[in-house]
Design a protein around this ligand. Structure first.
Ligand SMILES: *[C@@H]1O[C@H](CO)[C@@H](O)[C@H](O)[C@H]1NC(C)=O
Ligand SMILES: *[C@@H]1O[C@H](CO)[C@@H](O)[C@H](O)[C@H]1NC(C)=O
Ligand SMILES: *[C@@H]1O[C@H](CO)[C@@H](O)[C@H](O)[C@H]1NC(C)=O
Ligand SMILES: *[C@@H]1O[C@H](CO)[C@@H](O)[C@H](O)[C@H]1NC(C)=O
Ligand SMILES: *[C@@H]1O[C@H](CO)[C@@H](O)[C@H](O)[C@H]1NC(C)=O
Ligand SMILES: *[C@@H]1O[C@H](CO)[C@@H](O)[C@H](O)[C@H]1NC(C)=O
Ligand SMILES: *[C@@H]1O[C@H](CO)[C@@H](O)[C@H](O)[C@H]1NC(C)=O
Length: 354
């Protein structure tokens, strides 16, 4: 073979490989372009892991542009207000692969019936940092596959209405995990005990001072359920004895070791589990302050009545005062007279002269 030929052959080979490379590059570029085209402008899309994240979205504007492969969708901020079935309805096909929806800090106040029916694969829903006031009884109808529901700091203070009328939980038979942190709750809401398959409850960062007997009983009936309770402002007095026994005896409290007392002030900051049964005493502190307050009120009332009597009798008082003054004056004059007599120099001389 002449070297020239060989050379030209080498050249064509090089050209061919270069061409193939270019083609690959072009394809990659096209794919990238494809991905970026299908990602809404205010969002970040990571196709490999099925992730789309959007900040301050106007949901209706971006909904059609959300790529269909999305598995995890997070929409943070924005002004969603009400979740209804149309909220997730698209003219292009459903977001059938969406399993995780994070819709936090989006001013959501109400969830209407069937709100999640367009998201048939949803298993994890995070609605934390919203201002929920109403949840329709059938809000989670056709969302029965839900396994994780996060409602941390999600309700409008102070009334946690949806937690008192828990009809909406009837469709959540598959729920494993429920988070209710930061909702100013004073006890575990009873809806928890209607969720058959619940395994994890987070109720930290609320306003629980203790757990009552019925709650403890209800918990002990739900053997599969573990509870995160920290932090809460526990009052480590005699009324917490039952709870302490439960904490010590049961493995249901998943963070017993990090629970701290808040009251009485002598125990503020101590670990609950570091205490002994004898430490849970009821001091008379409450009673004493209450009686002081009562005493103060009674005193104030007496004072007011006294002043009123004075005021109503002001004419009589005046007369009475005048009488007294006159009586005094008479008396004083009497004294004065006697004094003048006593200090009469002649009399005193006479007396000393005796
Ligand atoms: C949804 O997920 C399935 C299974 O992982 C996959 O075959 C399908 O292509 C996905 N759909 C879209 C639109 O990405
Ligand atoms: C998607 O959501 C699931 C469930 O919440 C989570 O375990 C996973 O890490 C998320 N994936 C990405 C890429 O964020
Ligand atoms: C919630 O969003 C508002 C703007 O809509 C922002 O100012 C605020 O810091 C956000 N809060 C949290 C807890 O993310
Ligand atoms: C969906 O289609 C209807 C008409 O079929 C149209 O009026 C509407 O604006 C479309 N919605 C979106 C979000 O594109
Ligand atoms: C205990 O559980 C029952 C349902 O099993 C519920 O009706 C009741 O309100 C619960 N009590 C408390 C204090 O949570
Ligand atoms: C402690 O737990 C055991 C079973 O784990 C139970 O039989 C016992 O009654 C419990 N004791 C108290 C005081 O709750
Ligand atoms: C307990 O201590 C913390 C700081 O350590 C303090 O903020 C809180 O007011 C104390 N609570 C009581 C009831 O004294």
């Amino acid at each position: 073979m002449p070297p020239g030929h060989r050379h030209s052959h080498g050249n064509t080979e090089a050209l061919l490989t270069r061409g193939r490379l270019g083609c690959l590059l072009l394809l990659k570029l096209l794919m990238l372009a494809n991905v970026s085209v299908s990602c809404p402008s205010k969002c970040r899309c990571v196709a490999d892991v099925g992730l789309v994240q959007c900040g301050f979205p106007a949901l209706q504007e971006i909904l059609e542009d959300i790529p269909q492969w999305v598995q995890n969708l997070s929409l943070i901020g924005g002004d969603v207000n009400v979740l209804r079935p149309e909220t997730f309805q698209r003219n292009s096909s459903q977001l059938g692969n969406l399993t995780t929806l994070i819709l936090i800090n989006s001013s959501i106040q109400a969830i209407e019936a069937l709100a999640f029916q367009e998201l048939p694969s949803l298993t994890t829903l995070d609605l934390s940092f919203n201002r929920l006031a109403t949840i329709a009884n059938d809000a989670f109808d056709r969302a029965g596959q839900l396994e994780v529901l996060k409602l941390n700091q999600a309700f409008q203070a102070p009334a946690v209405k949806p937690l008192i009328n828990p009809q909406w939980t009837k469709h959540l038979g598959n729920l494993h995990q429920l988070e209710l942190a930061g909702n100013a709750l004073q006890s575990i809401p009873s809806l928890v005990f209607h969720l058959e398959n619940l395994e994890k409850l987070n109720i930290g960062n609320n306003a629980m001072k203790r757990m009552d007997e019925e709650t403890i009983l209800n918990l002990s009936f739900k053997k599969k359920l573990g509870v995160y309770l920290s932090p809460n402002p526990f009052a480590c007095d005699c009324r917490m004895t039952k709870m302490f026994l439960w904490l010590r005896n049961s493995s249901q409290s998943l963070d017993a070791q990090s629970l701290k007392c808040y009251a009485p002030s002598s125990l503020n900051g101590t670990d609950v589990m570091a205490l002994k049964l004898e430490d849970f005493k009821c001091t008379n502190e409450d009673l004493e302050t209450a009686s002081y307050v009562f005493f103060g009120i009674v005193l104030a009332l007496i004072g007011v009545i006294f002043l009123m009597v004075l005021y109503l009798n002001r004419k009589g008082m005046k007369r009475w005062l005048n009488n007294i003054r006159e009586a005094c004056r008479d008396q004083m004059e009497g004294y004065h007279y006697r004094y003048e007599q006593d200090s009469d120099p002649r009399r005193s001389n006479a007396s000393t002269g005796i």
